[in-house]
Design a protein around this ligand. Sequence first.
Ligand code: UD1
Length: 436
Amino acid sequence: MWCDGAANVKLFMGDHFIIRGGYPLRGEIVIGGAKNSALKLLAAGLLTSEQLVLSNVPRIDDITTMIALLRYLGFNVADVSGDGSVLSVGGEITNTEAPYDIVSKMRASVLVLGPLLARYHKARVSLPGGCAIGTRPITLHLKGLEALGGNITLENGYICASTTRRLKGGNVVFPLVSVGATENVMMAATLAEGRTTIVNAACEPEIVDLANCLNKMGAKISGAGEKIIIIDGVEALHGTHHQIMSDRIECGTYACAAAITRGDLRLINGNIDHLGAVVRTLRECGIDVSQTDNVMHVQCQKTLRSTKIVTEPYPGFPTDMQAQFMALLSVVEGTSEITETVFENRFMHVPELIRLGAHIDVQGSLATVHGVRHLTGAPVRATDLRASFSLILAGLVARGETVLDNVYHLDRGYEAVERKLSACGAKIERVQKNKI
Ligand code: UD1
């Protein structure tokens, strides 16, 4: 081991990372398939008995959970490539219940509700329960499915949805923008009778990816990526092959890694078009970002400037990039402001960044970040997926050693983090629980 960290290691119960800061990242990182697209595309497989083959599937724990859920339903999931990157789903299910132990592990499990209701006319899906970043209700999913004719009741902690006949197209007007609700209703509407109009739909690129795949399966969806989506229901969908889009949040996260370490990274499969607000903010701070073919190039040699960020639904600045920018701005001279408008409790990483020497004040949804000259390594604990990476970013520039516990949060959504970072010069090592 290149560092011992023995005193800290004893404090940690699960897999953890030991990071030694101060090494600029240089080189290439291959960006994987988008988690938030892959999860919905796997659920979309339930809409047909034919094979849906998905390539560029990220090898992350949330995908393992979604596969477990589909198999629990009796659906067939085959690993075509042998390494998990190409999956084929299809067949018939043997039950329509998504149990609490799977749904509570991953909220995106609720995305099986729309497909099950549309194709099998019934579903029993556990309510997801609490979440670290906010209350995260799913009322909009349920109201949307009711507008298509679903009967929905809540019984013993479960959503019980049924319909005596085929769903019927309807008008769904969302009072606020929800990615998951848009996707659940869009999937269900593909098999409904007649036309469904979704007003105030989420516009995220993952929704466009899902709609593109559904259209290849025979659906008739127009307007995905815009505020109004129109779906003309068809009687049945068929199999297809679809390559999952690359993960814009993973790409943005490694862009922050290049920036915070004053490095130079070529992000293979990065797509600047999906990262408009993030790239604008990086440039405002003084970071060079360019795109050539499928490579996004991020370089940072200058003194950086502070900035103001407000998280918003796409095309606004993504809440999923907020924690990573907080780490970056904590070492940028001057005062930056970050307003979180999407989730009410998404500053859980702040006390941990403060443990590393950051100077951040939080008042309600506003975090004021007073840039410091340097951070100092310390034991810290991840609280959610993106918060985990913000602590890694801070650890990459902190003086000395940072030990990050609760790495399981990170494993839910980032593939091979230590391998990708080490290949570009970072000093980061995973210590496995059973090796302590
Ligand atoms: C998805 C993403 C997540 C991202 C989020 C916002 C996946 C698997 N996850 O989550 O990474 O951070 O979009 O970009 O794709 N809301 C309600 N009622 C509802 C549904 C949502 O009030 O019925 C609220 C939520 O509490 C939240 C806001 O709407 O405050 C946005 O949530 P939503 O867009 O639904 O997020 P998810 O789809 O859960």
